[in-house]
Design a protein around this ligand. Structure first.
Ligand code: ZN
Length: 119
């Protein structure tokens, strides 16, 4: 299920809810920007969390209006880059979106307005 190549380096499965329900929503603009990061860095972009179904979002303590519920957010790790470099490239591609800074990953989303926070 969802084993579908959707860009040069991403498969739809990578974005599906991690609870095992198999559901997925994905905003095309989010995919476009993540692929651009993958292409520019030449590094694997690991999706720690993509789409979340409402049940899973509650379980992991996500915000009630989380962009993850709309297929517009991903928590990513750009393999082999220091976290500071990962944040810089996220800023380049999501200047008008949400970016959440965690120690081991970065949240990015295409909410359509600028937001910044630290976990
Ligand atoms: Zn789920």
């Amino acid at each position: 299920m969802n084993n579908i190549k959707i860009s040069d380096n991403f498969n739809l499965r990578e974005f599906q809810c991690k609870c095992g329900c198999g559901t997925v929503k994905l905003h095309s603009e989010l995919l476009r920007r993540l692929q651009a990061i993958r292409t520019e860095t030449g590094r694997a972009v690991v999706i720690n969390s993509g789409y979340r179904c409402p049940t899973h979002n509650k379980k992991v303590g996500g915000a009630s209006n989380s962009q993850h519920l709309h297929g517009k957010a991903a928590d990513i790790v750009i393999k082999g880059l220091p976290i500071t470099e990962q944040r810089k490239i996220c800023e380049k591609y999501f200047p008008d979106g949400g970016i959440g800074y965690a120690n081991t990953y970065t949240h990015v989303d295409t909410r359509g307005s600028k937001a910044r926070w630290t976990y």
